[in-house]
Write a protein of this length. Structure first.
Ligand SMILES: *Cc1c(COP(=O)(O)O)cnc(C)c1O
Length: 383
């Protein structure tokens, strides 16, 4: 099957399950593990990853929108699913019927969800998001009392969680702002408890928080990037060492591969690609690969990145095109047409990391993997 593809993303189930186990251990017995599979499982493919997460011991799945939540149900998975992103008011009823748990932060959506649950014979679970300093989603502290009084009156609702999100925990080795957010959060949870008369399950941690600060674990952690074997940032890695912790062993789950479409020799002084941006100073043996920026191989990688052929690094020559790129295989004389070329992942003793491509693009590894085109087939790696 693979021989018929021009490019594909390979998922390593053992690596993914091993990463989940790492977080199980970090969290201990008290906190549940939400595997965040939003954005098509960070580009890894929701259809492959969601069942793996369920089998690999995730307690809860986190998706971005209603469509992703419904897809999880179509896959036959019945574990709790929290919708982290926005659901239009008109579709909150669909979310309720599919047993999804929306994250809400305003009166209109609370009232709509309550109405959807009326007469259904069961309550509508939801999570209340609190604003503690990111200034994204979330109830502002000054509005909290009114929202809680409303919730107390809407008997169709059942608060399945109260949550917050960190603003910069992965951006710095100084966690003063994260701690400031925690202080705000704990104060607001106190308010929730006193108005509702009970403490709902609490969750706050993303990957970096789960790794770095135990006091962020609460009743559940929402782990995304590091379940895919990637560090949230260099700062997070450095922080674990500064905190005298053993950095957890994370295994990258995703590889991105293609095959060589053409090999040819170009003479000295000739140019390669659009803009004639590369000019050969000596004769070059060049490979054409059928992957371009349309597929998610960023154009900013032009002349910057390398690909692997026969276990060796081949520099990208000239500009990345819409559907193609060229690589220098002069020093890989046995490279041949239809040979596998690795854009992200390992081959022989070499590895191209998402972090390496992210650095070349001045972005983060999250963006590199999440933007691999949805049209690129996702396949399970051969054992
Ligand atoms: C994406 C997301 C996460 C996961 O963050 P990572 O840094 O990928 O672990 C957690 N919580 C919320 C609300 C998110 O949107």
């Amino acid at each position: 099957m693979r021989s018929t593809l021009t490019q594909w993303v390979e998922i390593d189930p053992a690596a993914y399950c091993s990463n989940l186990k790492v977080f199980r251990k970090i969290l201990g017995g008290r906190s549940r593990l939400m595997a965040v599979v939003k954005a098509d499982a960070y580009g890894h493919g929701l259809d492959l990853v969601a069942p793996l997460a369920a089998r690999g011991g995730a307690d809860v799945l986190g998706v971005n929108n209603l469509e992703e939540g419904l897809r999880v149900r179509e896959l036959g998975l019945d574990l709790p699913v929290v919708v982290l992103g926005y659901i239009p008011l008109a579709r909150l009823g669909d979310a309720f019927e599919a047993g999804l748990e929306p994250v809400l932060y305003n009166a209109a959506s609370l009232i709509r969800l309550h109405e959807a649950a009326k007469g259904a014979g069961r309550k509508a679970p939801f999570h209340l998001k609190l604003e503690t300093g990111v200034n994204r989603q979330g109830v502002m502290e000054e509005d909290l009392q009114d929202i809680l009084l409303l919730i107390r009156n809407l008997d169709g609702l059942s608060m399945a969680g109260v949550s917050m999100h960190f603003a910069n925990i992965e951006d710095t080795t100084d966690h003063a702002f994260a701690r400031f957010q925690l202080v705000n959060f704990n104060r607001m949870i106190g308010r929730v408890e006193s108005v509702l008369g009970r403490r709902p399950p609490v969750h706050a941690a993303c990957s970096a928080a789960a790794i770095l600060l135990k006091e962020t674990h609460f009743d559940m952690a929402r782990v995304g990037i590091s379940s895919y074997g990637l560090w949230p940032s260099k700062e997070t890695y450095l922080s674990t060492i500064l905190l005298h912790q053993d950095p957890p062993r994370l295994e990258p789950v995703l590889s991105w591969k293609t095959r060589i479409a053409q090999i040819k020799r170009i003479p000295a002084d000739s140019h390669v690609g659009y803009g004639c941006s590369f000019r050969a100073t000596h004769p070059i043996r060049m490979a054409v690969l059928p992957v371009g920026y349309y597929d998610g191989y960023d154009r900013r990688l032009s002349g910057q990145a390398q690909v692997l052929v026969k276990g060796k690094r081949a520099p990208v020559l000239g500009r990345v095109c819409m559907n193609m790129l060229m690589a220098d295989v002069t020093d890989i004389p046995d490279a041949a047409v239809e040979d596998e070329a690795v854009l992200i992942g390992a081959q022989g003793k070499e590895r191209i990391t998402a972090d390496e491509l992210a650095a070349a693009c001045h972005t983060i590894n999250y963006e590199i993997v999440a933007r691999i085109g949805a049209h690129v087939p996702r396949v399970v790696r051969d054992a």
